[in-house]
Design a protein around this ligand. Structure first.
Ligand SMILES: Cc1cc2nc3c(=O)[nH]c(=O)nc-3n(C[C@H](O)[C@H](O)[C@H](O)COP(=O)(O)OP(=O)(O)OC[C@H]3O[C@@H](n4cnc5c(N)ncnc54)[C@H](O)[C@@H]3O)c2cc1C
Length: 300
């Protein structure tokens, strides 16, 4: 599959944009805020909540970071006005993390001020390993003033256990996921089994320390392990939620909703869907395998 994935990635630029759009369509709500509202409304009607993510290009200037901040603020106003059951996820690089950390912190602070005015939770997504330390530091600075915020831990990172232990002091709201970027073996577990084991170890640690956790995975092994902890620890339903990506494994999502769990879908949208999709494929060719599968098995 590895070679196949690489071939698929190499072929993407030759595929006409409307065709990529058609197949990316199940993973992306659309280009406009109204597309996002329609998708979230349909999910809410199914008893599923959402986290909205505005897709952004890699930014290179302060003006672009400010534009990105304003887009996030517009989404927050829309969530409030439309009374959607949704929160917001943000990526710090789109708010200037690589330009100037203080400038980025102030952009995020501005978003959190708007969010707090509407009583909306904001999650800091975790990007590649060059961003981890700074993302956690900015989160810790702002979490004191804005407690309705959360952070992401990636189970493939060897450092994540230390990060959990450090962050527990702040009693944050965690999202635990495997991690999507290509990272070196010196800093990240590489095999599926190692990543699964670390995910389960971190999940147990977080739950035992009474922190809230979004269990972000479509991996049945991990969902089953989580359900085992929930049963044996007798966890109340307001201590955790399951999180999944729009368009991925809807049958698993329906099962979790039927079992009475809170389920949140990550809903990306925005005009930069094409750059976003192709960058994700290049960063991690494994993801291209899913798209390849979707080309042939529409109900996969
Ligand atoms: C809500 C949410 C938020 C996330 N936030 C971050 C983040 O902030 N930072 C970060 O690095 N990563 C993030 N991720 C991505 C995550 O790290 C994984 O890369 C991704 O979820 C795939 O891992 P998995 O646990 O689902 O297991 P996998 O073993 O990859 O997937 C299990 C099964 O799910 C299906 N599947 C999984 N992904 C897809 C797909 N894209 N298309 C079709 N089928 C698929 C396949 O059937 C696969 O066999 C997030 C994931 C979710 C669900």
């Amino acid at each position: 599959m590895r070679l196949l994935n690489r071939l698929v990635v190499a072929a993407i630029p030759a595929v006409p944009k409307p065709v990529v759009r058609y197949f990316a369509g199940r993973y992306i709500a659309g280009e406009t805020v109204q597309d996002a509202v329609n998708t979230v409304r349909a999910l809410n009607a199914e008893g599923v909540c959402a986290t909205l993510d505005v897709l952004g290009e890699d930014i290179t200037s302060r003006d672009e970071a400010v534009a990105s901040r304003e887009q996030s603020n517009q989404v927050l106003h829309t969530i409030a006005r439309e009374k959607l059951d949704s929160n917001l996820s943000i990526k710090l690089t789109s708010l200037g993390l690589k330009l100037d950390k203080n400038f980025c912190t102030e952009n995020v602070r501005e978003i959190l001020r708007v969010a707090a005015g509407h009583n909306i939770f904001v999650r800091f997504d975790m990007e590649d390993s060059t961003c981890t330390t700074d993302t956690i530091a900015i989160f810790r600075t702002l979490h004191r003033d804005f407690p309705s915020t959360g952070i992401v831990l990636q189970a493939y990172m060897r450092r994540s256990e230390d990060d959990v232990l450090g962050l527990l002091e702040d009693r944050p709201n965690f999202r635990l996921c495997k991690g999507i970027y290509k990272e070196k073996k010196e800093i990240a577990f590489q095999t599926r089994e190692e990543v699964q084991q670390n995910f389960i170890r971190l999940l147990e640690l977080i739950l035992k320390r009474n922190a809230y956790v979004g269990i972000a995975t479509h991996d049945t092994v991990l969902v089953d392990a989580a359900c085992g902890f929930i049963r044996t620890m007798g966890l109340r339903k307001d201590r955790f939620e399951f999180q999944m990506l729009l368009g991925v494994r809807p049958e698993l999502r329906k099962r979790l909703v039927r079992d009475g769990h809170r389920v949140r879908l990550y809903v990306p949208f925005g005009e930069h869907w094409y750059g976003y999709s192709t960058r994700r494929f290049k960063e991690n060719p494994e993801v291209a395998g899913y798209v390849f599968k979707a080309l042939f098995v529409r109900n996969s």
